[in-house]
Design a protein around this ligand. Structure first.
Ligand code: BDR
Ligand code: CA
Length: 309
């Protein structure tokens, strides 16, 4: 097996599409996951932490899991998305508890410690609300200069949102944190609904996944039933959208994405709260915004990665 060449921290709220992304990351030979940090969003932070540990157990890997913030920085918490991800976050499919790899340090402490002690080496991937990243930046602003890169699944720029006409869920769940994170001076790429909605995983895709990987693939196949039912009942989408996977595919295969460059802002009050926008007058450091992705290559690579582990 190849030696891992990229150290990643994944901040996550598992969540079915989080589980899809985490199984890929754990299976990928180039990635070394140095910590999972958890956040409320799809589920509460306690369940997100337990689910992250369960996925480590499923994938037979031991990764430190650090629990994160339980509430957003400023707004009252929004309801969790149990109607999308099931009562247990995994479409009501049960998997065994993880071995106790949960650490005492908070998510923000863990992010700061790992980035500061591995300068230029850590890719920070966030696929949930951005509270932990904002807290880490407040605690140690120097992480912005020490991180290798930051990849975020969140926001939407040129299409309607998925929780309001303006906002995507991860940003809407903590718009103040998102504003701090998207405006920090660090090398950041944001992959929003503009690009994540270009990819669907069909029922047939999950059949192939289960055939190629009877343990993790079968779990994802079963969990995805609930998620696909949600998509097909509530929208014209066929199959489901593996939002969070795009952030992991961007880490392993950035050449499959087209991006534009712009300074960013987030609306934090009023009817448009949680809306991500290009900053007026382009003030602030430029970030990359995902515009296009090669969906076929992403799907093929996903199946090959899970089948090969
Ligand atoms: C994002 O919100 C969550 O529901 C998903 O896990 C994903 O991170 C999509 O808007
Ligand atoms: Ca997520």
């Amino acid at each position: 097996m190849a030696t891992p060449t990229k150290k990643v921290i994944i901040d996550t709220d598992p969540g079915i599409d989080d589980a899809i992304a985490l199984c890929y990351a754990m299976a990928h030979p180039e990635l070394e996951i140095v910590a999972l940090t958890t956040i409320f969003g799809n589920v509460d932070t306690k369940l997100a932490t337990d689910n992250a540990a369960r996925l480590c157990h499923l994938m037979q890997t031991s990764i430190p899991v650090a629990a994160g913030a339980k509430t957003p920085l400023s707004i009252n918490p929004n309801p969790h998305s149990y109607f999308v991800h099931g009562d247990n976050g995994f479409g009501n499919i049960r998997i065994p508890d993880g071995t106790p790899s949960v650490v005492d340090d908070s998510a923000a402490d863990t992010i700061v410690r790992l980035i500061m002690s591995n300068p230029g080496q850590i890719t920070l991937v966030a696929v949930g609300p951005l509270t932990n990243l904002a807290l880490a930046l407040r605690q140690e602003p120097e992480i912005a200069a020490r991180v290798e890169s930051v990849v975020i699944m969140g926001g939407v720029f040129d299409k309607p949102g998925n929780v309001t006409p303006f906002a995507e869920a991860n940003v809407w769940n903590d718009p103040h944190a998102a504003k701090e994170v998207l405006q920090a001076d660090w090398p950041l790429t944001v992959l929003g609904l503009d690009v994540t909605h270009q990819v669907s995983f069909s029922r047939e895709f999950f059949d192939n996944l289960a055939a190629g990987n009877p343990v993790a693939g079968s779990f994802l196949h079963d969990a995805a039933e609930y998620y696909i039912d949600f998509y097909e009942e509530k929208s014209n989408f066929s199959g489901c959208c593996p939002h969070d996977q795009l952030a992991l595919t961007f880490v392993t295969n950035p050449q499959w994405f087209e991006c534009e460059s712009a300074a960013l802002d987030v609306v934090t009050t009023g009817e448009e709260i949680g809306r991500t926008i290009r900053a007026h007058d382009n003030q602030g450091s430029a970030k990359r915004i995902g515009k296009q992705v090669n969906a076929d290559q992403l799907r093929q690579d996903y199946l090959a990665t899970l089948s090969g582990c």
